[in-house]
Design a protein around this ligand. Structure first.
Ligand SMILES: Nc1nc2c(ncn2[C@@H]2O[C@H](COP(=O)(O)OP(=O)(O)OP(=O)(O)O)[C@@H](O)[C@H]2O)c(=O)[nH]1
Ligand SMILES: [Mg+2]
Length: 375
């Protein structure tokens, strides 16, 4: 059987398929004569469906030397070499494509926990939200095992089961503000420390009517002190810029009649020296509370880095800012849960004083479940 006739410019190549070599040679001889040149023999599979039930044949590629217009031997060899390298290239690119698809399939198997739907989808979403494979697997296992097959078909029941799981994952604590008290805000640069301090000051001044004073230890930028002084002036709260830990100690211990809120300059968690400077202030002041402020838009790994580096300052509470700027809270909340530091406030906008809320476990679990179940 002649299956292909490669119409090269210079030479006519023919392919013969047979069940064995002897049969192939007879075919070549009958077609091209006994002077035919064998260029290639190989085993090929034919028939079947998707590779199942196919048979192995011998394929022989040959050419007739007597053919008219046969090129000079050197030219002929070059053409054949070109043909072979083209074929090789094609085969290589086929292999590459096949490898790529195997890799894709493997990585999807790695991401897959092989759970029945809808749990497989939930498992994938948990991983996309920043959980590790084993964290996601453990949540899906617990949730799916707590439900009957009938319940598992009910979206509402799944949502409730997940909410139960996430409820209480992060410990929240409503801060007990009182007078006298010293509270210091620490955290990386630009996370919203000053804005959040102003929001809390407004809440304590206007709603709780507590006597306050504000100190800033951020002397690095004139604008930073000015930003806070403006808020303090509007709310008629005494305000002072502090330059040394010693001064901080003197000023903060000189009054028993107010709740002192202290702002600090943002410190990159990567800058141990600068964190140590804040630490020196904290040792001098001995505040009752240290609020570590963290930006919700950061990656989970960055949040974990921040928490571990600021641990030397012994934060008593965490404040999560900018939740209005992210649609993914699960990763950051998991880091918080692991840190065991209670979450006290969540902020959701730039407006002072309104964009702040007490952290609430039910609200957090509702937001997380929405994130996980959103298609
Ligand atoms: N979207 C949004 N923006 C916020 C929130 N809180 C603060 N910001 C904005 O974040 C920016 C930085 O806020 P700051 O309060 O100056 O941050 P900081 O941590 O004091 O910054 P440094 O003192 O420079 O370290 C400002 O533009 C704020 O308006 C929030 O909850 N949501
Ligand atoms: Mg600031």
């Amino acid at each position: 059987m002649i299956i292909n006739n490669i119409g090269a410019d210079f030479v006519e190549l023919k392919k013969f398929i047979a069940t064995n070599m002897a049969e192939a040679m007879i075919k070549v001889k009958n077609e091209l004569g006994s002077d035919a040149i064998i260029l290639q023999t190989r085993r090929v599979k034919r028939g079947g469906f998707l590779g199942i039930g196919s048979k192995v044949y011998i394929e022989v590629t040959a050419m007739n030397e007597d053919k008219q217009n046969v090129p000079k031997p050197s030219q002929s060899r070059m053409t054949i070499a070109n043909e072979s390298s083209l074929q090789l290239k094609n085969e290589l690119s086929d292999i590459k494509l096949a490898l790529k698809s195997v890799n894709e399939k493997l990585s999807s198997v790695r991401r897959s926990g092989n759970f029945p739907e809808p749990f497989e989808h939930i498992h994938t979403k948990l991983i996309e939200s920043g959980l590790s494979f084993s964290e996601a697997t453990s949540i899906v296992e617990k949730t799916s095992q707590s439900m009957t097959p009938l319940e598992a078909r009910d979206d509402e029941k799944i949502s409730r089961a997940l909410k139960m799981h996430f409820y209480g994952m992060v410990k929240t604590q409503r801060v007990a503000f009182s007078v006298p008290q010293k509270i210091i805000f620490v955290g990386p640069t630009g996370v919203g420390k000053t804005t959040t301090l102003a929001k809390i000051a407004a809440m304590l001044r206007i709603k709780e009517k507590l006597p306050l004073s504000i100190l800033t230890l951020d002397t690095y930028r004139i604008a930073a002190a000015q930003q806070l002084k403006t808020y303090a002036d509007i709310m008629h709260i005494p305000f002072k810029v502090i330059y040394t830990p010693q001064e901080a100690e003197e000023v903060s211990s000189s009054t028993n009649e107010s709740l002192i809120l202290m702002d600090t300059a943002g410190r990159s968690q990567k800058d141990a020296m600068k964190i140590e400077e804040i630490s020196a202030y904290v040792r001098a002041i001995k505040p009752e509370m240290v609020f570590l402020t963290i930006d919700a838009t950061k990656k989970r790994s960055d949040v974990e880095d921040v928490i571990s580096h600021f641990m030397s300052i012994a934060p008593t509470h965490i404040i999560i800012t900018k939740i209005d700027e992210t649609s993914s809270l699960l990763g950051i909340m998991t880091s918080l849960a692991n840190s065991k530091i209670p979450l006290s406030f969540v902020t959701n906008g730039q407006n002072v004083p309104e964009d702040i809320m007490y952290a609430d476990e039910l609200d957090i679990s509702t937001l997380i479940v929405k994130e996980v179940l959103d298609k």
